[in-house]
Write a protein that binds this ligand. Structure first.
Ligand code: ADP
Ligand code: MG
Length: 465
């Protein structure tokens, strides 16, 4: 069936190849799914048996790979031969006013673990979806947004240094601090900007101690023009990491570099953080984010549904906004669930479906489970040291613990595949997808293993509720 695929390839261009793929895909999935997720994709180029396609955003890649990874792989090897590969290129819709540097225009993701193009000698780990343009202003985030914007225009040069953004879950902290990073890089492509969650910082630090590279580690972060650290509350109780961070903070601050932090509490309420760090945090500006009011919730829903390409009536928007009130991640979750429900069952989105989905979302447990906690419980069970699952360790029991932890992280948290990968030693999102399918397969094949996974899941949910 796949004879002389390679020799044929040179005569076919990306357009033809993608058309052939679409033909196969279309036969195998519901029409609405095809329309929503596959039609917006445009072929880009084909070279050495690698087909590159343009997708609108990372969300597309994640959704497609989660639901249709097998179909895509099969299709590609059918059309391009067994060595065929697919690479996603993210199209960023930027206003054409400001010139966008070549390296920022497209972020290349490979469906395998190699090949990501890095603009510098390091990756910034910024999600291109988090920009000011799609961050809706409301009373609850006015100050935080304005300060963030000011910082992005003049990093290190305002009195907002550090900029400390705090507030509850799902209220836009991560979005806002990453938007600063994306904006800085748009304006000043040569600036060194890096984003990372504080627990990833801790893990890297521990690794640096083990590898005797603490100096390099510390110098790397001191070389940044803007250092963005998310969820700084996870440094509580980690004295050594706090010490090192204190020194990095001082160097950056003294040299006029920007520091941007987020936390679930205000600096003063961060019990267990050293006094000298807290006093540093108070140097700059602290801005909180509050839950959005009704009008802001409607505006956010309208904006998000445009991004996802769903058309809904005002009545529906208002119904959702009236019933999901606590945080923005849940509003978004509701839309994604609607889209998934309708496209997997080929149903139109009607009021019944909306009501059912809102009920599902609002009765789901309002708990916040951290990936670190999941990792801890899983490692305890498999008797594996936690650090091992974040390193490049290939021992059987380590691989198993890592895969189960990744699988449960996807099930129990709202983190994206990319974020989950980041928590496991900066692994690629495709590794997380692979882990998920391995675990799913093992669950199918082995009753005992299924019991283990279920009991781990229960244990984690019970300990945090
Ligand atoms: P936090 O870090 O505070 O827990 P996030 O930044 O992860 O929250 O936000 C959760 C989701 O809600 C993200 O997908 C984000 O894009 C979205 N979101 C939050 N605030 C806004 C806003 N004001 N406008 C648009 N989307 C928002
Ligand atoms: Mg966050």
């Amino acid at each position: 069936m796949i004879t002389s695929a390679e020799s044929l390839q040179s005569e076919r261009d990306a357009k033809d190849i993608w058309k052939e793929c679409l033909g196969i895909i279309k036969e195998n999935i519901p029409f609405i799914t095809y329309n929503t997720w596959f039609l917006p994709i445009k072929p880009f180029e084909v070279e050495n048996n690698v087909l590159k396609i343009y997708v609108p955003n990372t969300f597309f890649i994640e959704w497609i790979e989660e639901h249709y990874n097998t179909l895509i792989n099969k299709t590609i090897s059918q059309v391009l031969g067994t060595g065929g590969k697919l690479v996603y290129v993210i199209l960023e819709e930027k206003e054409p006013v400001e010139p966008v540097p070549e390296t920022k225009k497209a972020n290349v993701f490979s469906s395998e673990t190699t090949n990501s193009i890095k603009p510098k000698d390091f990756e910034s780990f910024l999600n291109p979806r988090y920009i000011f343009e799609n961050f809706i202003k409301g009373e609850g985030n006015q100050l935080a947004r304005a300060a963030a914007y000011a910082v992005s225009e003049n990093p290190g040069q305002t009195s907002f240094n550090p900029l400390f953004i705090y507030g509850g879950v799902g209220l836009g902290k991560t979005h806002l601090i990453q938007a600063i990073g994306n904006k800085i890089l748009d304006r000043y492509p040569d600036k060194r900007v890096i984003y990372l969650p504080s627990d990833v910082f801790t893990v890297e630090f521990v690794e640096a101690i083990q590898n005797n590279t603490v100096n390099e580690f510390s110098n790397f972060y001191k070389s940044m023009d803007a250092l963005i650290i998310d969820d700084i509350q996870f440094l509580v109780g980690k004295e050594k990491t706090q010490d090192l961070f204190f020194h990095i903070f001082n160097t950056l601050h003294q040299t006029g570099k920007q520091i941007i932090l987020s936390s679930d509490k205000s600096p003063k309420d961060l019990k267990g953080l050293s006094e000298r760090l807290i006093s540093r945090f108070l140097w700059g500006l602290q801005a909180d984010v509050q839950p959005p009011d009704f009008e802001t919730r409607v505006a956010i829903l309208i904006n998000k549904s445009e991004t996802y390409g769903i058309k809904l009536s005002n009545e529906i928007f208002e119904y959702i906004a009236a019933n999901i009130t606590s945080n923005i991640r849940e509003l978004e979750g509701c839309l994604i669930k609607l889209l998934a429900n309708s496209s997997l069952s080929s149903k139109e989105i009607d009021f019944e479906l909306v009501k059912k989905t809102v009920k599902e979302v609002s009765t789901s447990k309002q708990i916040n489970i951290s990936i670190d906690f999941i990792t801890k419980v899983v490692c305890e069970f498999f008797n594996v040291e936690e650090n091992k699952v974040r390193e490049k360790n290939r021992r059987k029991e380590v691989v198993l613990a890592r895969q189960v932890a990744m699988y449960l992280a996807k099930q129990l948290t709202k983190s994206s595949l990319k974020t989950i990968g980041l928590h496991f030693g900066g692994r690629d999102h495709s590794t997380v997808i692979h882990a998920q399918s391995c675990v799913e397969q093992m669950i199918k094949d082995d009753r005992k293993f299924e019991d283990i996974v279920i009991s781990l899941k229960n244990k984690i949910e019970l300990s945090v509720s």
